[in-house]
Design a protein around this ligand. Structure first.
Ligand SMILES: NC(=O)c1ccc[n+]([C@@H]2O[C@H](COP(=O)([O-])OP(=O)(O)OC[C@H]3O[C@@H](n4cnc5c(N)ncnc54)[C@H](OP(=O)(O)O)[C@@H]3O)[C@@H](O)[C@H]2O)c1
Length: 277
């Protein structure tokens, strides 16, 4: 049995579909609300809260492989509960910022979970993705209502990764031998700027999406109410304020692990265009 956490999220929902489609061992999706979650027929929905590890007992029953999205609660206790339940292999979603921006709070948190997992006694595979293509959903309301976006760092491009490619690497690591004890940096196939992303969304919509570049201070004023002061600054650093060569590097890990090329941003835009209409 494979348990997928974050199973209704960007990566987890794609992973559930891919595991189910490949006919791998039985798949269970964790959610806090099984009524709201819609998994493919044959995937078991199980309720549990990662912030309350005791609630995970039914979810972990019989599980041998775990896909873990950390940062939802008590990661140390979740890993202990997994080991006690007999989990043998954990595939963890960390972040490339563990390497590129270790001074940021979120990166330090991911690094701490990586260390806990490595020391847990279970086998592990660590995924370190870069910026997700799905972060463009932040622009959905603005594009729906104004056909435009206002963004900082409009011409700084990171190699945004399609969540389905993170899922594809996770699926491979869970289902095939040779990936235990490996750490994978995951990116898309090319660097793409916000301006180019807006063009790709516009092409899929059939009308232009205009881009207005705003300064860091204005962007921070917009983001801070949702993210808090510190996280807003961290996100802005990663969007362009403090990028470095390693964050800009395109890795071929998706294709070398899965055998399929990494999906371009335009594909993500076409698949998710309903959110922008
Ligand atoms: N976005 C980026 O650019 C980026 C880059 C690098 C790394 N990452 C990492 O990627 C991860 C996020 O992945 P994602 O985007 O696939 O996630 P996501 O779309 O934000 O979804 C998270 C899912 O987790 C579930 N969840 C939330 N709190 C929970 C709790 N207390 N107990 C159980 N389930 C809970 C929710 O499901 P229910 O509501 O159904 O319970 C939700 O669907 C983070 O760890 C982040 O650090 C993100």
């Amino acid at each position: 049995m494979i348990l997928v956490t974050g199973a209704t999220g960007n990566v987890g929902s794609a992973l559930v579909r891919q595991l189910h489609g490949s006919g791998a061992s039985p798949v269970r999706g964790l959610t806090r609300d099984a009524v709201r979650a819609s998994f493919p027929h044959g995937v078991e929905a199980v309720e549990g809260d990662l912030a309350r590890p005791a609630s995970l007992k039914p979810a972990l029953d019989g599980v041998r492989s775990l896909f873990l999205v950390p940062g939802m609660g008590a990661d140390a206790e979740v890993l202990t509960a997994a080991r006690r339940a007999g989990v043998e292999h954990v595939v963890l979603v960390s972040s490339i910022t563990v390497r590129t921006h270790p001074h940021l709070t979120a990166a330090a948190g991911n690094l701490a979970v990586e260390r806990l997992l490595r020391d847990s006694g279970m086998s592990w595979t660590i995924l370190r993705p870069t910026q997700f293509a799905s972060n463009a959903l932040w622009w959905a309301a603005s594009i729906r209502e104004h056909r435009s976006i206002r963004v900082p760092y409009a011409d700084i491009g990171l190699p945004a990764v399609h969540p389905a490619d993170i899922a594809a690497v996770a699926r491979t690591a869970l289902a095939e031998p040779g990936h235990r004890g490996r750490t994978y940096a995951l990116t898309g196939p090319e660097r793409i700027t916000p301006r180019q992303q807006a063009r790709a969304i516009g092409a899929a919509l059939g009308h232009e999406v205009s881009v207005e570049e705003i300064g860091r201070e204005e962007a921070h004023r917009q983001m801070a109410p949702f993210l808090g002061d510190r996280t807003a600054h961290a996100v802005l650093d990663l969007m362009g304020g403090d990028v470095n060569d390693e964050l800009l590097t395109v890795h071929d890990t998706v294709s070398s692990v899965t055998g399929s090329p990494a999906r371009p941003f335009a594909q993500w835009a076409a698949e998710n265009i309903a959110a922008f209409r």
